[in-house]
Write a protein that binds this ligand. Structure first.
Ligand code: ADP
Ligand code: DP6
Ligand code: CO
Length: 357
């Protein structure tokens, strides 16, 4: 009798918010970046993706592989999702070839069910947590002997930023120089425990889906922005070096300055894209001013803002400065700008500590 058993595995993955941003592909097919990047992985108890992967010989082959994302059918025919499936199946096939008694999971249709507990496609790194969880769930289902680095290499092909969500703490994605992308993956720069006072505050200015996806936005920037050339040749290499040193030395002022400058530089290349791309809105700019006020009032740098490809702010600060940072942000923005209040009502836990991942 045929094996009708349903094989199943689940995992969660956290989001990561870059302090030196990835923006630009040198090879869109292999999803290879034009620059290295560095991020902080947030705690899974706050923003996370939960993904269950299953496969069974009883799933009709005619239906193929499928993904239910936040309760809705999502297309898996895209080249990047297909690349992840192909890589994972190939590894499972190798295991099955070496152990003929194992069930042939690699031949069965895959069903994925995934949920993000935060806004999807709104500039809060849903593609990062999403593809990290997708890859790890299938690797667990297939019982693959894959290290976080190997999973990082596969997840990168789904969404670049996802390669960093396989690690906790402070994580670098080294751009690499191999033509086949075999050296373009993430590694951990420092674990979260290295700097346990670090906090992140997520402020949702809008939970709406962005108008221009990250994939499409960065391709337009690469094709049309002159400023972008300067960013990848000079700005990012300098920011990567200064940022790694700031993390090693737990130098918050330096960490904060690079974080804010790099976010500004990234959004400047978006404005320099032709036609221009605007991810930040009036509320985002109000948040920038509020952080400047907080730092000026403190007489030192106690807070750093950063914005991904969306209007939502992430504010990094140290635990001891919670009162001036979080208190003032709620006072300035929560009271006067409708969007921030709504964010709190939406129930996103605002203050986020870091996990080991
Ligand atoms: P974000 O800023 O949220 O990362 P992107 O434009 O980079 O936005 O990517 C959003 C896309 O990532 C979604 O449209 C979807 O295709 C994919 N995605 C998001 N969450 C998941 C998930 N949990 N599993 C698989 N894919 C996901
Ligand atoms: C601004 O990783 O979402 O968040 O590789 O096309 O899926 P794709 O893009 P994605 O881009 C993230 C861009 C960013 C900066 C960053 O996370 O480093
Ligand atoms: Co993304």
């Amino acid at each position: 009798m045929a094996d009708k058993k349903v094989y199943r595995a689940s995992t969660t993955a956290p989001v990561n918010i870059a302090v030196v941003k990835y923006w630009g592909k040198r090879d869109p097919k292999l999803n290879l970046p034009t620059n290295s990047s560095l991020s902080v992985t947030l705690s899974q108890s706050d923003l996370r993706t939960l993904t269950t992967a299953s496969c069974s010989a009883s799933y009709p082959t005619s239906e193929g592989d499928s993904l239910l994302l936040n309760g809705e059918a999502s297309d898996v025919s895209g080249a990047r999702t297909q690349a992840c499936f192909r890589e994972l199946r190939a590894r499972r096939q190798a295991v099955e070839a070496a152990n003929p008694s194992l069930p042939k999971l690699s031949t069965m249709p895959l069903r994925l069910v995934s949920e993000n507990n935060f806004p999807t496609a709104a500039g809060l790194a849903s593609s990062a947590a999403g593809f990290a969880a997708l890859v790890r769930a299938i690797a667990n289902l297939y019982e693959l002997p894959a290290s976080p680095s190997e999973l990082s290499l596969i997840a990168r092909q789904g969404s670049g930023s996802a390669c960093r969500s396989l690690f906790g703490g402070y994580v670098a994605w080294r751009m690499g120089d191999a033509a086949d992308g075999s050296d373009s993956m993430a590694d951990q720069v420092a674990e979260a425990a290295h700097w346990p006072e670090m906090r992140a505050l997520v402020l949702v200015a809008s939970a709406a889906k962005k108008g221009v996806s990250s994939t499409s936005g960065m391709q337009q920037t690469v094709a049309t922005s002159g400023l972008f050339q300067q960013r990848i040749a000079q700005v990012v290499p300098q920011n990567m070096a200064t940022m790694e040193k700031a993390i090693q030395e737990r130098d918050f002022a330096s960490f904060a300055e690079v974080t804010m400058r790099d976010s500004n530089s990234f959004h400047a290349t978006c404005a320099d894209t032709y036609p221009p791309i605007f991810y930040m809105n009036d509320v985002s700019r109000a948040a920038i001013r509020a952080v400047e006020q907080i730092n000026a009032a403190a007489g030192r740098t106690v807070a750093a803002y950063t914005f991904d490809a969306g209007p939502n702010a992430v504010i990094y600060y140290l635990e001891k400065d919670t009162e001036p940072v979080v208190g003032t942000l709620y006072h300035v923005l929560g009271g006067e700008v409708g969007g921030w209040k709504e964010a709190v009502v939406k129930g996103l836990k605002p203050s986020i500590s870091l996990d080991e991942g």
